[in-house]
Design a protein around this ligand. Structure first.
Ligand SMILES: [Zn+2]
Length: 542
């Protein structure tokens, strides 16, 4: 169920400059609305459970099987909306033994019931489907590849285009099942690693073996994954948490070396936010043929068993080469992205801004505050400030990549606005704890932070998330008088934010608003500094 706390307000996400930077078309298409809107036939029911049970034939590149979908009705109705990409076949949809009528429109499947489904009652349907999933999206969607030794290597990664590219489901972010079973039947010489806890395998007697996985927590549709290949496996333990690692045999030694970063990383995130979110399911890292993805409890890894990001110094200041970007970034999403999820893709900064900020926290914990500040400020070079981070709701359009870097810089700014690290550490811990296992909107998070801090931080969030420009501190010096006048230039009415100014080492905190104020200073125009490494702001001086 994992319903949104707000009913009606409404990389790895790897970052590449992409079409996401193109201004959105003004009018959403019918496909956008079907995909993104939480309309009547989605809102009338609450997901409880999926059992995805599929057979995958590597030779024919063919998938067939069913998803059993259990849900509770929230309103009397005779129709629900599910999603399956138009290129896959709907074989039949059954309520018990009764075949149901359905209507397909683009990638949506409207399922009709012969009698009214009653508010508060639970129903279960079996959705049978088959076909050849297509490669699509930034991470492949669903790919039938071979490893270098010629073994089949089949992976799913569908965050952008949606889980509908390979299995039928209620394909949106707001409503999640409470738990899920995943059964994957494959040729018996291969291994499947999916999400959750391995529950056993069964030889089907026809050359195929079924691998069963149990997910004990709410899960985003796009996190549900298969990783099928000639995998080797090794394991470790972090207190009671099982750690399982899967790599192709030729990479096993490299994986044992590189994946050793997982344990200290998990300890660091647990220190800041609390226990790893999915202890019953364990933590897994799985080698894949693309860069990586935060698949819940089964993090996909394709970063060449090397530090940095795809053999690069990701932030260009010599710090990201000390750790494996994909392990650190994708695993951060277990807390923000998988456990705390945006209810609508427009609020995806809740995944990416926080996960990027968690990279900064990892650096701070491993290498100290100065290096963390250096790493954080190096993110500025990646910010574009061309579109607001929060995009229109209800059309499932991925926000611009500023959600990563500007999102993290905003959180670092907030730390300095609060200006009390003990309070900041408690706040970010409590934000996670308050919203874990939920789908939320930006307003929920901002409201909670305002309440916890007793401050009205809404204008700051609005400036960074809902506008293009960052705030500019406008300074006018009257050197003869020994004064400086200051104000914020910002889009948000009533924007006010404290900021450290004066001389590094003996900063003075001023509280500019959008109205002019004046301060006495012995410092000349060229000596007067602003702590732009602590606050992501522009400064103009006259
Ligand atoms: Zn990410």
């Amino acid at each position: 169920m994992r319903r949104s706390v707000r009913i009606f307000l409404l990389l790895i996400c790897i970052v590449v400059p992409s079409a996401a930077q193109t201004p959105a078309p003004a009018t959403p298409t019918r496909a956008d609305i079907l995909r993104g809107e939480y309309g009547r036939y989605r809102a009338n029911n609450d997901l409880l459970y999926y059992h995805l049970d599929v057979r995958i034939d590597p030779e024919k590149k063919f998938i067939s099987g069913k998803n059993t979908i259990r849900f509770k009705m929230l309103q009397n109705d005779t129709r629900i909306q599910l999603d399956l990409v138009a290129t896959l076949n709907v074989d039949k949809i059954l309520l018990g033994a009764t075949p149901l009528h359905y209507e397909r429109e683009i990638n949506t499947v409207f399922v009709d019931f012969p009698a009214t489904l009653k508010t508060g009652s639970e129903y279960s349907i079996d959705f049978y489907y088959s076909g050849t999933p297509q490669e699509t999206g930034r991470f492949g969607g669903f790919t039938f590849r071979k490893d270098t030794a010629g073994h089949p290597w089949i992976n799913s990664s569908c965050e952008g285009p949606g889980a509908m590219v390979w299995w039928p489901n209620k394909d949106q972010w707001r409503d999640e099942v409470e738990n899920m079973d995943i059964s994957v039947s494959i040729p018996s010489d291969l291994v499947d690693v999916s999400n959750g806890r391995f529950a056993g395998k069964t030889d089907l007697g026809d050359g195929y073996t079924r691998w069963d996985w149990q997910v004990h927590y709410p899960i985003n549709n796009y996190d549900v994954s298969v990783n099928i290949g000639n995998y080797s496996h090794f394991s470790d333990q972090l207190n009671d948490l099982s750690l399982d690692f899967y790599a192709l045999p030729e990479n096993l030694d490299k994986a044992k070396r590189q994946f050793a970063q997982a344990k200290p990383m998990l300890q660091i995130y647990e220190h800041y936010f609390g226990e790893y979110p999915f202890p019953k399911d364990g933590y897994k890292l799985i080698e894949v043929p693309y860069a990586g993805m935060e698949h819940q409890s089964a993090v996909a890894y394709g970063n060449h068993f090397a530090n940095g990001y795809l053999d690069r110094d990701w932030t260009g200041v010599g710090i990201s080469t000390r750790f494996d970007f994909i392990i650190i970034h994708e695993s951060a999403h277990e807390w923000f992205g998988n456990s705390v999820t945006a209810a609508d893709a427009s609020d995806m900064w809740i995944h990416e801004g926080w996960a990027t900020y968690m990279e900064c926290l990892y650096v701070e914990s491993m290498y100290g505050y100065d290096d963390a500040l250096k790493y954080t400020n190096a993110l500025k070079a990646k910010v574009q400030n061309r579109q607001p981070i929060i995009t229109p709701r209800g059309i499932h359009r991925e926000p611009p990549q500023d959600m990563y870097f500007k999102g993290a810089l905003m959180l670092n700014t907030l730390r300095n606005v609060i200006n009390d690290d003990t309070r900041w550490w408690k706040l970010i811990h409590d934000v996670y704890q308050h919203f874990k296992y939920q789908t939320i909107a930006t307003e929920d998070m901002v409201g909670f932070i305002n309440k916890e801090t007793g401050m009205d931080l809404t204008p700051i969030f609005d400036q960074y998330l809902r506008n293009v420009a960052i705030p500019t501190l406008d300074l006018q010096f009257q050197e003869a008088d020994g004064t400086v006048s200051y104000r914020w230039i910002a889009d948000v009415k009533g924007f006010a934010m404290p900021v450290r100014v004066g001389k590094r080492g003996s900063w003075q905190i001023v509280r500019p608003t959008t109205e002019w104020q004046t301060l006495s200073t012995p410092l000349k125009r060229d000596e007067f500094e602003v702590a732009t490494d602590l606050y992501y702001v522009n400064v103009t001086r006259e």
